[in-house]
Design a binder for this molecule. Sequence first.
Ligand code: NIG
Ligand code: FE
Length: 385
Amino acid sequence: MTSTVITNIGELVTNDPAGPDLLGTVEGAALVVEGSRVAWTGPAAAAPAADEQVDAGGRAVVPGFVDSHSHLVFAGDRSAEFAARMAGESYAAGGIRTTVAATRAASDELLTSHVAGLVAEMRRQGTTTVEIKSGYGLTVHDEARSLAVAAQFTEETTYLGAHVVPDGTTPEEYVALVTGPMLDACAPHARWVDAFCETGAFDADQSRAVLTAGMAAGLRGRLHANQLGPGPGVALACELGLTAVDHCTFLTDTDVAALADSGTVATLLPGVEFSTRQPYPDARRLLDAGVRVALASDCNPGSCFTSSIPFCVALAVREMGMTPAEALHAVTVGGAAALGREDVGALTPGKRADLALLDAPSYVHLAYRPGVPLVAATWLAGRPI
Ligand code: NIG
Ligand code: FE
């Protein structure tokens, strides 16, 4: 097995919980990769010999970002909807149907090449693990093929047949489809089941039916909740013991306490509030209550069309009360927890050697230099890509 030492790392973020700070930071560090895994980290002067050597030139190295929430399988363009919003229109879940029509009309090849382009865009910005949802097909055939496309790019695939009730069907008929024949067709391609629990989409009983049917079919549960207003979704996610509940923009004190007690990860998606001009979720309140917090992109054509985790970090620091260290933790360890993953999100021995080399002396620059392409190289499973 080939070993590689990355030496002369100005600042290495390991996320070692036994480290001196939240991020297990090592100054003047080296990191040894063997095959696809991290074998050693520590002061450069003490690094063991390796077959190959890479000089980081004093720059920072951080764990590859774990983006636990995206909707990359779609066709069409909604930039006019964004422009209208910036001119004063408000965001409503109904815009999803526009993308559904374009996605149904697209070939598998077009959808695949579109996802490939977006995943490449993410990789260039340091993302090494990405979750991808269906949800723009909303027929048995189109949801199953959306997941088959997603599965070509990640093992973290999520069945989101319950994104919105499509035209021409009643909510009752559609929930029966999502929990029946559509689930049967989609479960072989999916690891997760999700629903959009929101006014204009699915209520608590409908979301519960979708989640429990999916979990009975062997999928793990996650939920979109409390995005557009207060609602029952966060309480439902905690009650069902879901791995993660995403958005969490409008929370009551009871919701926050339930999150802290349950261990369900609260995934915040600040690109959405940026792109919809809604209030940002209060990350400080959640962290101070002991809630586990992740940050993710929610890359989708409607509410937030960014693929950039560094942009989300900058928003979380500037607008949501997170320190740069807490925000980086949330896009690495937090994202991994939101996907129930132990093998990614940290650079300690045994973890997958997924990392980003930054054109900066410190990870703080991710928030300090917003909009600047700071990722000089992304390594996936021990190799630069
Ligand atoms: O996560 N919340 C539901 N789904 C997406 C938005 C989808 C759309 O507008 O197309 C979201 O924000
Ligand atoms: Fe989403």
